[in-house]
Ligand binder design. Structure first.
Ligand code: NDP
Length: 286
């Protein structure tokens, strides 16, 4: 039976480490500040924004909440981002996605200063990851690397299969595994013989957005299985892209849903904010 990779416990440890770091920065007169912009009142987005504010409060990060009405124009939103870019007290800017249909997400992401792009979605951040330069990394895949490392999973030299090629999960995940010297295969909806390819994996990352899609036929004996998917089933229970009960007996380690990858995303966002404040402080000292 697979060992559980406990994202709740690992993310709690990371938050405690950050709390200490933030206290040290405060002692040097540095307050870490995150600005979160929410446009409209999408219920799921409101919950995410609230959870982020709660995490900030726990760690000691100052959070500024900018709640804008649904009918905010793209111009108004870009102006708000410009103000926050120029505000020396703000270390991180996060625009909660999705945005209302009349606003172009790409334009908004591109407007955030790469120095404050704590979500890691700016093209410059993605490019930096691609060519191995410093920059912010998308929080969910960065969290998965932490889960693997803190569960003593060696990535170097391993066959890593990532299923899903989205800009926020699959692609950065593949680049991060490559950076850790894994041998990486990326699969998507046009991949032929998906089962066979997945069965080659020592580390299998499932991020396709289809509930319980991955059964044990996709998993090699002893593989490490990371489930990124989040779905609510008919009984209002959360489940992932992996059929946990079917796969757990053959995997060596596996993330549950809930309590696996999910809690890591906010923890890594907090980590990026603290990193941003540190970079700013060391630039001032130079
Ligand atoms: P997207 O819908 O943006 O991307 C899904 C990817 O999966 C696409 O690349 C698609 O291929 C591929 N895909 C879809 N169906 C299949 C299939 N049958 N076989 C192989 N590949 C397939 O999703 P995201 O990456 O944004 O999210 C994936 C999942 O992760 C979702 O359940 C989401 O809710 C969850 N998520 C969880 C987070 C967390 O914090 N835990 C954060 C972000 C996402 P193609 O490109 O060819 O269309």
């Amino acid at each position: 039976m697979a060992q559980l990779i406990d994202g709740k416990a690992i993310s709690a440890r990371i938050k405690d480490e950050l709390k200490e770091e933030v206290a040290q920065l405060k002692a040097q007169g540095i307050t870490v500040t995150l600005a979160v912009i929410l446009v409209g009142q999408d219920p799921a987005s409101c919950v995410y924004v609230r959870n982020k504010a709660r995490a900030c409060e726990y760690i000691g990060i100052r959070s500024i909440s900018c709640e804008l009405p649904e009918q905010t124009t793209q111009e108004e939103l870009l102006k708000k981002i410009e103000e926050l870019n120029a505000d020396k007290d703000v270390d991180g800017i996060l625009v909660q996605l999705p945005l209302p249909d009349h606003i172009n997400e790409d334009a908004v992401i591109a407007a955030i200063s790469p120095d404050k792009d704590v979500d890691g979605f700016h093209p410059q951040s993605v490019g930096a990851l691609c060519i191995g330069k410093p920059g912010f990394v998308s929080c969910t895949p960065a969290g998965i690397i932490q889960l693997l490392k803190r569960s003593d999973v060696t990535i170097e030299g391993k066959e890593c299969v990532v299923v899903g090629r989205s800009n926020i999960v699959g692609k950065p995940m593949s680049l991060l595994l490559l950076r850790e010297n894994g041998t990486v295969t990326i699969c998507h909806s046009r991949t032929k013989n998906l089962k066979e390819v997945c069965r080659r994996a020592d580390i299998l990352v499932c991020a396709i957005g289809k509930p319980k899609f991955f059964t044990r036929d996709y998993v090699k004996d002893g593989a490490v299985v990371i489930d990124v998917g989040i779905h609510r089933n008919a009984d209002n229970k959360l489940c992932g892209d992996v059929d946990f009960d079917d796969v757990a007996p053959v995997a060596s380690k596996i993330t549950p849903v809930p309590g696996g990858v999910g809690p890591m995303t906010i923890a890594m966002l907090m980590k990026n904010c603290v990193e941003s404040a540190r970079r700013k402080a060391s630039a001032v000292l130079r």
